[in-house]
Each structure stands twice: as C-alpha cells, then as structure tokens.
Design a protein around this ligand. Structure first.
Ligand code: ADP
Length: 444
C-alpha cells in the first residue's frame, strides 16, 4: 500500500492545548517587544512554543487513504462512524499497538471496554501481531487466518492494513468470521466420506460373495443358497442406506420452513404401532400403547411425524430382547420445561441428554411421544452422539453389524423442522426412552 502523507491540516480541528500554546507564544512576543527584557531570548522561546503548538495540531489529523490532488483529511472523530458502520469487528491500532478506535461489533465480540488498551490484552495470536508490526513498520497489507479454541471453535480472517495518522503509522484491523464456512465445508467432506464408506462395505461383501458363488461354491447347492441369502442381506442394507440418505436430504431441504399443517398425533402413533405389530410379534416383543385415545392435534406434517414414531419404535423393538415390552405413550406436556419434566425425566438413575431443545416461546404448549424399551441401555458417554449421522454404539464397541446409523438423525431433523424438542434418557441394564415433542395446534 502506498505511504500516506498529511498534506494539509485544519485549524478548526486543532486541540485546545495547541490553541493555548499558540496564544501563549503571541503574548510572549508582544511582551518581548514592549519591555526591556532580552528580546532575542524571548523571541526564541515564543518560536519554540509556536512550533510545538503546530506539531500538536498536526498530530491530531489522520491522513485519508487517497494520494491524489483532492485529498480530504479526516480526524479521528470522523473515522469513528466509518468503523462503526462496518458489520465486522474493526480496530484501529497505533504504532505502540494500543487500540485507538473500535466499532461496536469489535467491543461486543472481543469483550473489551476502553480504548487505550494494548491489542495484546484482547488478542495474542502471533501472526496477527506480526502483521500489525509489518503494517506499521513497512506499510504492508496482509490477511491472516487464525483459529481460537477457547470455549467454542472459531475461525477468523483478519485483514491488517496500514494507515497514517499524522507523523505516526497506524494499522486498521478488520475481522471476518469464517467459522460457518469452514464447518459447512468440513461437514460436507465428512458426509461424503462417510456415505461412500458406508456404501462401500456392503458392496465389497457383495463382490466377494459373487466371486465365491461363481468360483469355489459353483457346484455346491447348499453353499450357493447360503451365500445368496447373505447377498440378499447386503443388498437390503444398501437399499436401506440409500433410502435413509434420500430421506434425510429431503428433510433437510425444507428444514427451514416449519410445517403449517395439522395432524392428530394419536392417530399417527396408533397407525405406526399397528403397522409395527407384526415385526414385534416376530421378535417376541409386546407393544403397549398408552394415552392415544382422544384426538390430539399438533402443528406438523403427518408423514414426517409417522417417520419419527416409526424410527423410535423400530429401534425399541430391535434392542428389546424376546419376551420384553416396549411402551409407547402419547400425551400433552404443557410448556417447554413441563414437557421435558413429564416426558424425559422418569428414571432417577438414568443418564439424560436433550438432543434438541426449541427456542423458548411464550404461551406455547407441546404434545409428546415417549418410546420406552427394555433393551441394554446406552452408556452415558454415547448419549450426546446418538443423533450424529452414521453413529452406532455397536461400532464404537467394535461390532460392525447393525443398522444405518441414520434413523435418529432423521428424527432430529424432522423435529427441528417442527421447532420441537428431542430427548433421551437411558440406564444400562434397564433400557432407553426417547421422547420427541411438537407444538399443540391452537383452536382455529
Ligand atoms: P440404526 O439404524 O443404527 O438404528 P439410529 O440412528 O436409529 O441408527 O441409532 C443410532 C445408534 O443409537 C444405534 O446404532 C444404536 O447403537 C443406538 N440406539 C438407538 N436406539 C437405541 C435403543 N432403543 N437402545 C439402545 N441403543 C439404541
């Protein structure tokens, strides 16, 4: 960047001290000529004071960023609204790395109060400090990316540019938040890597089985049948993976648009329980439904609410041993705190996690579905990760079999679209209970 120079300074912007010093110099001159005192000495003194007053006035002027003929210099007071108008945090730092000016975004995000503080008291990243030194010393402009991991991970790009303030060089710092962009990129990359890995596993099994049937097992009818059944399982796994992935991306597509339809939660849940009855019987598990008698209208999309109930009941059946009972309950829970207490806090010794909590809204009441199983339960340390895509407790424990790991992610995104909540409480040895709640529809 070109060096900036102060070419014109304005008397109307001189500080009070410069005015006082100037006046004192004039008085001294008058006194020198009117009295018999040593004229030369007094004239020299007056000249020195006048020179100092001039310097003071110049120091108070900041050069503009332009070097053509029409340069208009602006004072610090005029620069402040400019900083203030920037949406990103911005700081002006003097040659001694002290904060000369800042905007509201900077004060809020960096949590500091007074100007005059040293930059190092709010930011210590060595690359940024080095860029500030370079801006002040060599007039260099730089962009520095850095990461902070204090409470939450935050990625920032800091633009550092030199500005000239009277005889001193200063630096302007503008901070641009990169966190959302970087985490979206990381999520997309992770998702693609995970999805292809998940599909590759059954595909590799299928290829191996085909080779075996075509080769060593070609003439053995019994082996052939066994391998064909195994192929069927792998193909079914791939079908489910693709169906779940498509379902998830469809849900995400309109997750930002809350549903405006009405659905009777009792009817939805009753239909799902009826539909799952055959699977439960086959596994020797009893389904017990409670509280689904009276109509219970909620704000929601019927098909998506059925998907929620189906995923939760399906998991509960899968993890409950033969002879066990899965309890499904539908009910009205009151406001956000009431519904959490009613649907999500029943077992004293259980570990508990709110996977999703809606924003607090006055006068809103919620209806819930709670699905309770008699399975092995889930260790506390796994609870916060349950709704992550592809997360499976079994795999963490070294068992590669199991479902797609997408069912609870689907539930979470549907409930998020419905601006509702999703909780789990689980106690190893006793079982797990998942509860989802959505807004009760008003009378209209
Ligand atoms: P999956 O298709 O693997 O069931 P989910 O997203 O529905 O995928 O569940 C993720 C993981 O959470 C499961 O793999 C399992 O480890 C655990 N899990 C879910 N529901 C239960 C449950 N009722 N009891 C025990 N573990 C469960």
């Amino acid at each position: 960047m070109e060096r900036l120079s102060a070419r014109r300074w304005r008397l109307d912007r001189a500080p009070a001290s410069a005015w006082a010093a100037g006046a004192l110099a004039v008085l001294l001159l008058l006194f020198a000529f009117a009295s018999n005192a040593s004229v030369t000495l007094l004239v020299l003194l007056a000249a020195a004071i006048a020179f100092w007053a001039g310097r003071e006035a110049r120091r108070f002027v900041i050069g503009s960023a332009r070097t053509d003929e029409n340069i208009e210099f602006v004072g610090l007071a005029e620069l402040a609204p400019l900083l203030e108008a920037l949406p990103d945090p911005a700081l002006l730092i003097d040659a001694n790395t002290r904060i000369v000016s800042s905007n509201a975004a900077a004060r809020r995000q960096m949590q500091f109060e007074a100007r005059g503080q040293y930059l190092t008291s709010i930011l210590r990243h060595p690359d940024v400090l080095e860029a500030v030194q370079e801006a002040v010393r060599d007039g260099a402009t730089r962009a520095v990316e850095y990461e902070q991991t204090a409470q939450v991970e935050r990625h920032t790009r800091c633009y550092v540019a030199p500005v000239t303030w009277g005889p001193d060089r200063a630096a302007m710092l503008v901070f641009h938040d990169q966190t959302a962009r970087i985490s979206t990129e990381r999520m997309r990359a992770d998702f693609l890597a995970n999805a292809s890995h998940e599909l590759r596993t059954p595909l590799a099994s299928l290829s191996l089985l085909i080779e075996t049937i075509a080769g060593p097992a070609r003439d053995n009818a019994e082996d052939r049948d066994r391998f064909l059944k195994m192929m069927q399982v792998q193909a079914e796994r791939m079908r489910r993976l693709i169906a779940d992935l498509l379902s998830l991306s469809r849900i995400e597509l309109d997750e930002h648009v809350p549903p405006s339809d009405r659905a009777d939660l009792c009817v939805v849940v009753r239909e799902v329980v009826d539909m799952m009855g055959a699977v439960a019987r086959e596994r020797g598990v009893e389904l017990v439904l409670a509280g689904a008698e009276a109509p219970l209208n909620v704000v929601g999309e019927r098909f998506q609410l059925a998907q929620v109930a189906q995923n939760l009941v399906d998991n509960a059946i899968k993890y409950t041993p033969s002879g066990g009972v899965v309890r499904i309950e539908v009910g009205v829970g009151g406001d956000r705190e009431d519904v959490v207490a009613k649907a999500g806090r029943r077992w004293e010794e259980a570990g508990r996690v709110a996977i999703l909590t809606p924003a607090a809204v006055a006068n809103r009441s919620y209806a819930y579905i709670r699905v309770e199983d008699a399975g092995p339960g889930i260790a506390k340390r796994f609870l916060p990760r349950l709704a992550e895509r592809f997360f499976r407790v079994e795999r963490e424990l070294g068992d590669e079999r199991g479902g797609t790991g997408l069912g609870l992610a689907i539930v979470k995104h549907i409930i998020n679209r419905h601006r509702g909540g999703f909780l789990v409480e689980s106690q190893p040895g006793r079982g797990s209970a998942f509860a989802a709640y959505v807004e009760v529809a008003g009378e209209d």
